[in-house]
Design a protein around this ligand. Sequence first.
Ligand code: HEC
Length: 123
Amino acid sequence: MKIKRCIFFSITFFALGITGCYYDVEEELYPAVECDTQSVSYSGTVQPLLSGNCYVCHSAAVNTAGITLEGYNNLKVYVDNGRFLGAIQHQPGFSPMPQGAAQLPECDILKIEQWITDGAPNN
Ligand code: HEC
């Protein structure tokens, strides 16, 4: 009986776009390797990530596609127009970055998102 009921609810919830019979285990949802986004900053977090992954094409000297991400003021333009986040998150409508390489690790993207949520300070 219980299984039949579960299947019934699963189908019902699936139709509603909700997964039925889901068992939330905290350890599985939030693995031990956590991403520390507590103390992100431009100079300590964002700039080194860009330097390692993006300056090869978007430094002031290289300026690929007319896009320079080197220097806070240059980067801020792309933070404010949303193209920076759209590109690294691989959102539809944006060119996925870094071009020709794997997407940045999820934790690095989370740190950048946190920095932007904090108002993208020049710190
Ligand atoms: C191998 C060279 C290369 C690397 C590395 C690279 N880019 Fe790009 N990037 C390009 C080129 C070429 C374009 C323009 C052509 C295009 O849009 O596909 C571009 C475009 C962009 C754009 C504009 C995208 C849009 O849709 O408006 C942004 C923002 C950007 N890059 C950010 C980054 C960031 C951030 C990194 C590092 C995580 C990065 N790029 C790494 C070559 C590169």
